[in-house]
Design a protein around this ligand. Structure first.
Ligand code: MG
Length: 392
């Protein structure tokens, strides 16, 4: 789905402050980690490329890079390759807080995205979610549920904290510009470890949005190569089911208003069947016909979404995570464009991954064959599996 900002969002002038002034001592590099190459490009170019993806959809009009004196020449060289007058450089301060404050003062706007220059895996979807939240609620702080159990030690005594209430804050952290500027002007920010804390100490209430476990900050040498995919496997899946009356039409876990439904032993969700077969194929496992045979009454009328959960558990146990899934539904009727976003969200939620990793499209066969006559719907899917770390 193409993100479409509503008119209220378009009226907002969005700026970005990207903080690059760290020394990166913990990476052990002789240079700032934002100048390290991840793939073909430096960390900061990967970040800038993602910000440029959202320029039109959120009216991003200026990007201020906060850079330490030592790196100004190197970063100037990089941004000259973009030849884009939206990017400017502002000198950093002695602390992260000072650098952010410098950046804010140099980037007047209505809504400001604050992002760490050392988070190159941020996605356009996360940036857009944080901007939407800031427009609606005043702020949008990217965060993920804490995966590890967190302990607090106080006076030598160990306390366990309830994990379900704990989140790891990331960036982007996006704010109403006037409020965050006011907060930095009033709060002793030296001890604050992120911008949400400054905002909170000024009496405002930060709002969390979904970040992504892969949106990590490069901190140590280990982080420099974390998501170079190891042991990648691709898979392909295909399925077709006949359309009949008297059945619900379920596609991608979404019930679709249509007089006909797909015939099958389970709910006959042809898209989820193709996705499951792609995942199983990549993992080198038998296909769904073997795993969930139509001679087994346990799967009579089964929700394919539940079967997908089962498949995801299997591949996760084998040490794989889903890199991305790309699928196409082939149907003459009904038109599916308006329900595809819901299908993507449903599948992403089952896999516990960002919606940007699940893409679904739809096409017709121009009236040809059993699909073209409206008697059947087919689906193709392919996927990439990568070795997982501990993320899901
Ligand atoms: Mg099937």
């Amino acid at each position: 789905m193409k993100y479409k900002a509503d008119s209220a969002e378009r009226a907002q002038n969005v700026g970005a402050v990207i903080v690059c002034a760290g020394k990166g001592e913990r990476t052990g590099l002789a240079y700032n980690k934002i100048l390290h190459k991840v793939g073909q490009k430096t960390v900061i170019e990967n970040v800038l490329d993602t910000f440029f993806c959202i320029c039109d959809s959120v009216n991003l009009t200026q990007i201020t890079l906060v850079v330490s004196q030592n790196d100004i020449d190197a970063v100037s060289d990089i941004i000259s390759t973009y030849a884009d007058n939206r990017i400017s450089i502002t000198p950093g301060g002695a602390t992260r807080g000072e650098s952010v404050y410098n950046g804010l003062k140099a980037c007047p706007c209505d809504v400001v995205i604050i992002h760490d220059g050392a988070r190159p895996y941020v996605t356009p979807e996360i940036l857009k979610r944080s901007v939407s939240s800031a427009i609606e609620h005043g702020s949008g702080i990217a965060a993920v549920h804490s995966v590890d159990t967190v302990k607090r030690v106080q006076n030598g005594k160990l306390f366990s904290l309830p994990r379900t209430e704990l989140f790891n804050a990331q960036t982007p952290q996006t704010f109403n510009y006037a409020r965050i500027l006011d907060a930095y002007g009033r709060v002793e920010y030296g001890a604050c470890t992120d911008d949400a804390e400054v905002y909170e100490k000024a009496g405002y209430s930060p709002v969390l949005i979904d970040g992504d476990y892969s949106n990590t900050k490069i901190t140590t040498a280990h982080d420099l190569f974390p998501y170079v995919p190891k042991n990648c496997k691709i898979g392909i899946g295909y399925d077709v089911h006949r359309l009949v009356s008297g059945r619900n039409l379920i596609l991608g876990g979404v019930k679709i208003d249509y007089p006909l439904g797909l015939l099958g032993h389970s709910d006959a969700d042809v898209l989820i069947h193709a996705i499951m077969d792609a995942l199983l194929s990549a993992a080198g496992l038998p296909d769904i016909g073997v795993l969930f045979p139509d001679t087994d009454d346990r799967y009579l009328g089964a929700s394919s979404i539940d079967l997908l959960k089962n498949v995801i558990d299997k591949i996760y146990e084998m040490g794989f995570a889903v890199g991305n899934i790309s699928a196409v539904i082939i149907a003459q009727r009904p038109k599916l464009a308006t329900v595809i976003p819901q299908m993507r969200r449903t599948v992403a939620d089952i896999i516990s991954t960002d919606i940007s990793r699940i893409n679904i499209s739809a096409t017709t066969t121009e009236g040809l064959g059993i699909v073209g006559s409206g008697d059947a719907i087919a689906a193709n899917a392919c996927c990439l599996l990568t070795e997982h770390t501990n993320e899901r």
